[in-house]
Design a protein around this ligand. Structure first.
Ligand code: HEC
Length: 145
């Protein structure tokens, strides 16, 4: 269905692609692909679909797209360790939503998920909140001991 395709193409998320010319070394670049639908109830499913490409399946920041970014993706397993052993849930939430205060200190390489989730949630702010909350909980399970 054409309409559905257009909507899918508008929902972009960073993905990884290798392009290689005949004489050139393979070059890595970020390609935007349609954002997959996921269950807002599963932090793990969202993490694997949206985050692992940069942060890695294990959260250590070595996903396939990492090399193509100017700013290396954060090691998400060290958030508690870097925060005196206390998981910084609020900070994680702000980073995911792309709140202005955090974005000012960061780079443009971390997608603004608050906006992307709003796009796929049809304006239902409660679903955006659920997605962010479940991602915060899932990332907590990745913390190094
Ligand atoms: C296109 C690559 C990319 C994708 C995809 C991505 N991130 Fe990030 N992320 C980054 C980069 C780069 C940073 C480093 C912060 C900065 O300077 O922008 C970051 C930072 C973060 C931080 C802040 C960590 C800290 O040290 O404070 C969190 C939390 C985070 N990402 C969570 C996520 C989650 C959850 C997803 C999936 C919904 C996601 N990221 C998807 C690139 C990405």
């Amino acid at each position: 269905m054409l309409v559905r395709r257009i909507i899918q193409v508008l929902m972009v998320v960073a993905a990884f692609a290798v392009t290689s010319g005949a004489q050139e070394q393979p070059k890595k670049s970020i390609q935007h692909v349609p954002m997959k639908g996921t269950s807002a109830a599963s932090g793990k499913e969202m993490y694997i679909s949206y985050c692992a490409v940069c942060h890695g399946t294990d959260g250590k920041g070595n996903g396939p797209a990492a090399e193509a970014l100017k700013t290396p993706p954060s090691d998400l397993t060290m958030l508690s360790k870097n925060s005196d052993g206390k998981y910084p849930a609020l900070k994680v939430g702000s980073a995911i939503r792309g709140d202005a205060a955090v974005a000012a200190h960061g780079s443009k390489d971390m997608p603004v998920w608050g906006h992307l989730f709003r796009t796929i949630s049809g304006g239902h702010e409660s679903q955006v909140d659920q997605r962010v909350a479940n991602l915060i909980s899932y990332i907590k399970t990745l913390q190094a001991q």
